[in-house]
Design a protein around this ligand. Structure first.
Ligand SMILES: Nc1ncnc2c1ncn2[C@@H]1O[C@H](COP(=O)(O)OP(=O)(O)OP(=O)(O)O)[C@@H](O)[C@H]1O
Ligand SMILES: [Mg+2]
Length: 225
């Protein structure tokens, strides 16, 4: 996939404006940082581009495919095979242990269970310093621990694009630095595209493009490289 394009994307929630007529283009290998005050539409935009939610008006193209024409099943397949998500509120599966949450996307993708999934998941849990929680259930974790599990889960399939919603909002400085390292490594070695909604200005140094949102509209798109 070389490009995601949003054309005049508008999302209304029962009359409340999420975003309004947003035009945006994300190219393979970019690190796009979406910045804006609380309520400006960052999560809304991420959910539309990540094919989790549908626009009220406007279109999204993956390369030249109009995703409005795809079935739910096709959308789910794209999300699983090509996208990784770090949700603002984590959305881990409460009935699954930490390690199971982390390897679940890999299991869905490969369709058949393999013991290698455990090894792979453990690798990320070690990197983010939460290996000792691998057999714990999410309800017993702190916010920062939940976020680190969510980060591990997003990386495990080595997706083409990672959508990250305030991915460092709950973690400490050290864990944020580890996330930056992974982001740089994935971006440089695999050409992974990142679309990040954040208040953390430390992301700006890595950005190829910064999208400033205000009240659901794009105020400015700044190209950095
Ligand atoms: N499910 C929903 N139902 C109704 N209104 C919603 C819903 N989701 C978002 N909104 C509204 O849409 C607007 C944009 O919300 P959004 O969550 O995209 O903002 P945000 O920039 O991600 O904010 P934050 O920085 O606080 O996460 C807000 O006014 C919000 O109240
Ligand atoms: Mg948000």
């Amino acid at each position: 996939m070389n490009k995601i394009k949003g054309e005049k994307l508008t999302k209304n929630y029962n009359g409340v404006c999420g975003i309004k007529e947003v035009d945006i283009e994300i190219l393979k290998g970019e690190i796009v940082v979406i910045i804006g005050p609380s309520g400006s539409g960052k999560t809304t935009l991420l959910n539309l581009l990540g094919l989790i939610d549908k626009p009220t008006e406007g279109k999204i193209y993956l390369d030249d495919i109009d995703v409005g024409k795809l079935s739910e099943r096709q959308l789910a397949e794209i999300r699983n095979k090509k996208f990784g998500f770090i949700f603002q509120f984590f959305h881990l599966i409460p009935e699954l242990k930490v390690i199971e949450n982390v390897f679940l996307p890999l299991w869905i993708k490969e369709k058949k269970f393999s013991l290698d999934f455990l090894k792979e998941a453990e690798k990320y849990l070690i990197s983010f310093g939460i290996f000792d929680k691998k057999d714990t259930y999410p309800s017993r974790l702190s916010g920062g621990e939940l976020q680190r599990v969510a980060i591990c889960r997003s990386l495990i399939c080595k997706p083409e694009i990672i959508f990250a919603d305030e991915p460092t909002g709950s973690i400490d400085k050290n864990s944020a630095l580890i996330f930056f390292e992974f982001m740089k490594k994935f971006n440089e070695e695999n050409g992974t595209t990142f679309v990040i909604a954040t208040h953390n200005e430390n992301f700006l140094q890595f950005a190829s493009k910064v999208v400033y949102l205000i009240e659901g509209k794009i105020k400015e798109i700044e190209k950095r490289r």
